[in-house]
Design a protein around this ligand. Structure first.
Ligand SMILES: [Mg+2]
Length: 474
């Protein structure tokens, strides 16, 4: 394998992490070790939901799943029926009401004084690919509710609650999973390099764990399909793992004292484990404290790898100080798109700094004019006409620059998603998601097999980072 990965397959470091010092690595399964074909899965899930709503008499016959409508990292404003994208400070910069994109003015009017606060019940974060179908349906139903097509619902929050309730009642997840198992090729995107990356870590002396919320029957079948064909002869997926924990109930797995059960029979016979774990094997439920005790390790020796910024990364770090790695598949697309647009980005940056210089001069002239008019401050050798003429000249230049800046900014702002732009940016700033990643994920990467490029002995060094007061380079 090529030692230098393509840029989109890199492992990016927020906080320095010495992989050599890590003695145990835990993995989430869905969208971490195993990647699903997002559009196929979500379209399928959406149809389940749509049929269920139709059977309850909702006017959803004409609705179709739109994969372009929603992306991860957006926030739902349940009070207003809006879907919004916020910057790192929580301020909303882009929004749609239902499926209708709000104008810049509308966004400003509604959100200038209301930063998103995830601690309140008003805002909900879209953390996972599994939510895209539900949110797409929600936005479309907001449109129908506004048009008076849905009766018996009095608020956007109630609408969201009814959609969720319908999903829960429909037991669609069990049905969906049965359909996935019947036709895995259609829904799972295999990565033959992932088993090898884990095998490298195992042979380097690390204890591996699979900690998933999926139940045993499903996890077993999926792991057999995704791992067994790519392991050395005679080796099975479960030989990789010291511990397999299914139905883990993350995030409460990291904080509560949920009881733990050991698999005693392949068909799903579980017996309770009252004390410490007796041996390696397959477990159900349980909690992180029991795992730490079994491993005899403190949090800084354990790395947990998952795709859910809250469930996998935020909670494990905050509560237990586990080291964390976030898997963000969208990064591959995002890095490729950004590099394809780097020429435009450079031109945009240059023109923006030119505009900034012109605006600075314009402000300065305005101040000089103010001093001249009120007769104070140092004497200057410009008269009123000269100030006015230079100011007019500057305004003209700024306007010309704006004509070039607008299309460039639009192009760069629509990378990856025409509606929402790149996942990790909101305008020129970091996105809300990017801020969460920075805070809670020590490292992040697009897929687990990227570890192959870096070996189990790598020292991830965080970059020095830039600050607004740093001297300009170049
Ligand atoms: Mg997952």
């Amino acid at each position: 394998m090529d030692l230098a990965p393509p840029p989109e397959r890199g492992i990016f470091c927020n906080r320095t992490l010495n992989l050599r010092a890590i003695e145990a690595v835990g993995y989430d399964m869905d969208y971490t070790l195993v990647h699903y074909r997002v559009e196929a899965w979500e379209r399928h899930a959406y149809e389940h939901l749509r049929r269920r709503l139709a059977s309850l008499g909702w006017p959803v016959e004409g609705l179709r799943f739109d994969p372009e409508l929603m992306v991860r990292g957006l926030i739902i404003d349940l009070e207003l029926g809006n879907i919004v994208k916020a910057n790192r400070f929580g301020y909303v910069k882009l929004a749609s009401h239902g499926t209708r994109t709000l104008s810049f003015e509308e966004v400003r009017r509604v959100y200038a004084l209301t930063p998103t606060d995830l601690a309140t019940g008003r805002f909900a974060f879209i953390n996972t690919f599994f939510s895209l179908s539900e949110i797409c349906m929600y936005a479309q139903l907001v449109d129908l509710l506004d048009e008076g097509e849905i009766s018996g619902i009095s608020s956007y929050a109630e609408l969201a609650q009814r959609v969720r309730q319908t999903l829960d009642e429909a037991h669609w997840e069990g049905q969906m999973k049965a359909e996935i198992l019947a036709d895995p090729e259609r829904f799972i995107e295999l990565d033959p390099d992932t088993p090898l990356a884990l095998l490298d870590q195992l042979r380097a002396g690390k204890k591996l764990m699979l900690i998933t919320n999926s139940e045993w029957g499903y996890a077993r079948s999926i792991m057999e399909y995704a791992f067994n064909p790519f392991l050395p002869k005679g080796m099975r997926w479960r030989d990789l793992f010291e511990l397999v924990v299914v139905s883990a109930r993350k995030p409460s797995f990291f904080s509560a004292q949920n009881p733990i059960f050991r698999l005693v029979d392949e068909q799903g016979w579980w017996e309770p484990v009252p004390g410490p774990l007796p041996q390696s094997g397959i477990y159900l439920g349980g909690n992180a404290a029991t795992i730490e005790q079994y491993l005899g390790l403190s949090g800084d020796r354990i790395l947990y790898v998952g795709d859910h910024i809250f469930v996998d990364v935020n909670v494990s770090k905050k509560l237990l100080q586990w080291r964390t790695a976030l898997v963000l598949r969208e990064l591959e697309h995002e890095v490729r798109e950004s590099s394809a647009a780097s020429k435009q980005q450079r031109e945009l940056d240059e023109r923006m700094s030119l505009k900034e210089a012109l605006e600075r001069e314009l402000c300065q002239l305005r101040l000089l004019e103010q001093r001249r008019r009120h007769r104070y401050g140092p004497v200057i050798d410009l008269d009123e006409a000269e100030i006015a003429s230079r100011s007019a000249e500057l305004r003209g230049e700024i306007q010309q620059l704006d004509e070039r800046i607008s299309p460039l900014a639009r192009r760069v702002g629509q990378l990856c998603s025409e509606r929402w732009g790149p996942l990790m940016r909101t305008g020129r700033d970091k996105s809300h998601l990017a801020r969460q990643v920075e805070r809670y994920a020590d490292i992040y990467t697009s897929r687990v097999s990227n570890f192959l490029f870096r070996s189990p002995f790598v020292y991830f060094q965080s970059p020095r980072g830039s600050l607004p007061h740093d001297p300009l380079s170049g």
